[in-house]
Design a protein around this ligand. Structure first.
Ligand SMILES: [Zn+2]
Length: 506
């Protein structure tokens, strides 16, 4: 009897303990969830401006018609770009009167709009003139031919409409408008339009990189650079009604490793225990099964914390309490390839070459694995990790082609980020703005040496399904969205160059 009753006391105490702990936890979670304040500034009312959209759309359509196609490692002939330059000169006469234009390396463009305050750090807006080719055999599946530049059904159709002639022309529309109104920038504004962004790993070597080198040689230090990047997306997250506009504050690095194995060549009737292909296949399997570790890096954490305040339901509780739910949230993100890419250095097996003849054992087998490096993972770490994962010293491992490290992470607490966020909020009041990580690469990484901060954002709206249009079939931009793009760059330039309440970008 005595034993039973003392056990009862222990159980009762334990039950109370658990109950109190749960209560404290619930209170803590609730407090955290409620305490999440929105980081979104109020949207300002913009001065009314009736953009002549049919005319603006026709100007963009005209740019789409000039087929500035980049192939892997080779941009279009210079003459094609000169055609585009002439189009810009014809369509934006006032801008060409007020800004200085330089052709860099034969086809890239650098415009300078000199500011009144020579001591204020300049800013630079980027876009690229070139476009990707249309995949062979798919041209007939386009609603309108990819280089016809058709304006129909409320859209401007064609290759480059959203990537990236849309941004290029929208920047020029904004600058032309400002120049016509007699606007005089307080700080110098540069526009940099490269011509080889879409040439694969060689992207920007001839254009953006040369422009950055030119600015550096002139002693220019930029307050910030804004290049193409993340988009305004819709319906991408559970528990979040608003659209999400992500500003890329960093981009992943790039590394390709070549793997190769050797073995005695011979007849397939008497195979040895170890073959070149077998050894390579084992190595590739191990590499794929042992990716670099996943972690919610500082960019992803800040993105989630920013979105927490705008979310509702269970998601708000999870995001507002990452200290507890981070592993759970990470597991959710790991389920989608797109979100997973933000959490880890990606490993992609992309090339295998071995064997010629069905009855002959090759003496040599080779493969390539492409890695996209998370900020914080260096290429040396990845090579070391690959060696350990493969655990076979007979497999030769060596970097192939161009590689570069992940970019530095640009600030989210400075004036530059605040200005871009404000311009987005003013033009896209339905969107919440958060920092994000670019998992691909753009021309922007060539500018990290000459700018305090580099941001990557394209004011293009993307609904589920629209992403396939980038580099894919039926690329287009809606007239309504194109008007927003023009307004966005106009707003950004106005805020950057004139707003006295803006902290100085010096
Ligand atoms: Zn692009």
């Amino acid at each position: 009897m005595r034993v039973a009753s003392s056990t009862g006391v222990v159980w009762r105490r334990l039950a109370w303990g658990v109950l109190l702990t749960l209560l404290a936890l619930t209170l803590g979670l609730t407090a955290n969830t409620l305490r999440r304040r929105s980081r979104q500034p109020a949207a300002a009312a913009l001065p009314s401006w009736n953009i002549d959209m049919p005319a603006a759309a026709e100007r963009l359509a005209g740019a789409v018609r000039i087929a500035t196609i980049s192939h892997d490692r080779s941009p279009a002939p210079a003459a094609t770009f000169h055609e585009l330059h002439a189009h810009l000169e014809r369509q934006y006469p006032k801008a060409h009167q007020v800004l200085k234009r330089e052709v860099v390396n034969g086809a890239s463009l650098l415009y300078t709009w000199a500011g009144a305050d020579a001591r204020a750090r300049p800013v630079l807006l980027m876009a690229h003139q070139d476009v990707v080719p249309v995949a062979p055999g798919t041209e007939a599946t386009w609603t309108h031919p990819p280089f016809a530049g058709v304006v129909a059904d409320g859209h401007i159709w064609g290759r480059g409409a959203s990537d990236d002639k849309g941004s290029l022309m929208a920047i020029m529309e904004a600058v032309e408008r400002l120049a016509q109104s007699g606007f005089a920038p307080g700080r110098t504004i540069y526009l940099a339009f490269g011509h080889d962004e879409e040439t694969g790993t060689a992207g920007g070597q001839q254009g953006a990189k040369e422009i950055a080198a030119l600015l550096k040689a002139r002693g220019v230090r930029l307050a910030f650079v804004l290049d193409e990047g993340l988009l305004v997306s819709h319906g991408g997250m559970k528990g979040l009604e608003a659209s999400i506009a992500l500003i890329g504050v960093a981009e992943k690095g790039y590394l390709t490793l070549g793997l190769s194995t050797q073995a005695e060549p011979g007849h397939s009737s008497m195979p040895p225990d170890r073959t070149a292909i077998g050894a390579l296949a084992t190595a590739l399997g191990r590499l794929e099964q042992h990716p670099m570790p996943s972690r919610s890096n500082s960019v992803v954490r800040e993105m989630l914390e920013t979105l927490a305040a705008e979310s509702s339901g269970a998601n708000r509780i999870f995001l507002a309490n990452l200290w507890l739910f981070e592993p759970f949230v990470r597991r959710q993100m790991e389920a989608s390839a797109g979100a997973r890419a933000m959490l880890r250095t990606a490993t992609a097996l992309t090339v295998v070459r071995a064997g010629e003849k069905e009855s002959a054992l090759p003496g040599y087998a080779a493969a390539q694995a492409n890695f996209r490096l998370l900020p914080g993972d260096g290429s040396r770490d990845v090579i070391e990790h690959a060696r350990r994962a493969i655990a076979d010293e007979s497999v030769a491992i060596a970097p192939v082609g161009l590689s570069w490290e992940a970019s530095p992470v640009s600030r989210t607490d400075g004036a530059a980020f605040a200005t871009i966020r404000q311009a987005i909020r003013d033009v896209f009041p339905d969107a919440v703005v958060a920092p994000g990580l670019m998992v691909g690469f753009t021309d922007a990484h060539h500018f990290v040496d000459v700018a305090d901060d580099v941001y990557r954002f394209t004011p293009v709206r993307a609904r589920p399904g629209d992403l396939a249009r980038f580099h894919g079939t039926n690329e287009r931009v809606s007239l309504a969205n194109y008007a927003e793009m023009i307004r966005f760059y106009h707003r950004l330039l106005t805020l950057t160059a004139t707003d006295p309440s803006l902290p100085t970008l010096r």
